[in-house]
Design a protein around this ligand. Structure first.
Ligand SMILES: [Fe+2]
Ligand SMILES: [Fe+2]
Length: 273
């Protein structure tokens, strides 16, 4: 199968990201890319649209994995492989240190925030986009709530609100705002998935909330397709972080905030207790 080099490099976040990847990681990314392309080609040749799994098919995969799908990214090896040693965090870690050592490569959030910046979103929304899925390194189910809790002591209330509720609004299209239900969700939840009642109730609450547009704008910028021209670096967000993220002088994890233990868990995922 022929590989479109430019598309491949773009798909993993651009040349700058490729330059920082180890050989093994590159090989794995290429394998991933080719698998996806192959699936696409097979579907195209058959003249059929992509076939999404059912909820039952997804459930049937549970016992085929040595980990649960809700496990945070720092706790599992890639695709069932053994985990690697990770670099220790510096003594007084900042949000930038966590981006570099625990959330990396963070392409998805960096690209969402880049798009939010380009489309003229408020600084609170740009910050929310930058942070909205970072907690997936720690835990995946209810990541909106966990993510908001992790960041809440350090960021504006509107940004925390946007992070908490983007999870809910992802399930509900809003044509006027320019948000469609994502194909990605047919793939990962099943095409016949119905969100549970607490999500439906949260959506009802949000529809009448004066801050509805805050999480909605996170969903509008929440993209999985990589833009080959997007720069994936935290640099462009330095000023926004400086203005809106209250870095504790003791370092994240050591300031006795209500979420300090979550940062420490991210810092030391190999601790047995
Ligand atoms: Fe999310
Ligand atoms: Fe996202």
């Amino acid at each position: 199968m022929e590989v479109d080099r430019r598309a491949f490099i773009a798909s993993i976040g651009g040349a700058a990201v490729v330059a920082t990847m180890e050989h093994e990681a590159k090989a794995e990314a290429l394998e991933h890319y080719m698998e996806d392309k192959l699936d696409e080609m097979v579907a195209e040749q058959a003249g059929q649209p992509e076939k999404f799994p059912t909820v039952a098919e997804i459930e049937a995969q549970i016992e085929t994995r040595p980990y649960r799908r809700g496990t945070g990214g720092v706790f599992t090896g890639q695709r069932g492989q053994n985990v690697k040693r990770i670099e220790p965090m510096p003594d007084k870690p900042t949000i930038q240190d966590f981006f570099r050592l625990r959330f990396a490569p963070a392409n998805h959030v960096l690209q969402s925030a880049t798009r939010a910046m380009k489309t003229g979103m408020s600084e609170e929304i740009i910050l929310a986009c930058l942070l909205h899925d970072c907690v997936l390194s720690l835990i995946k189910p209810d990541h909106g709530w966990w993510g908001a809790q992790l960041f809440e002591p350090y960021i504006p209330e509107k940004s925390a609100f946007a992070i908490r509720y983007h999870q809910t609004l992802r399930f509900y299209p809003d044509a006027e705002a320019g948000y469609e239900y994502p194909d990605q969700y047919y793939r990962i939840f099943g095409h016949d998935y119905q969100p549970p009642e607490y999500i439906a109730n949260t959506y009802k609450m949000l529809k009448n909330h004066k801050w509805y547009m805050e999480p909605r704008l996170v969903t509008v910028n929440d993209l999985y397709a990589f833009d080959p021209n997007a720069k994936v670096s935290i640099e462009p967000f330095t000023d926004i972080i400086g203005r809106h993220f209250k870095q504790p002088k003791e370092g994240l994890g050591y300031d006795n905030s209500p979420s300090a233990h979550m940062w420490r868990t991210l810092a030391r995922p190999d601790n047995p207790l």
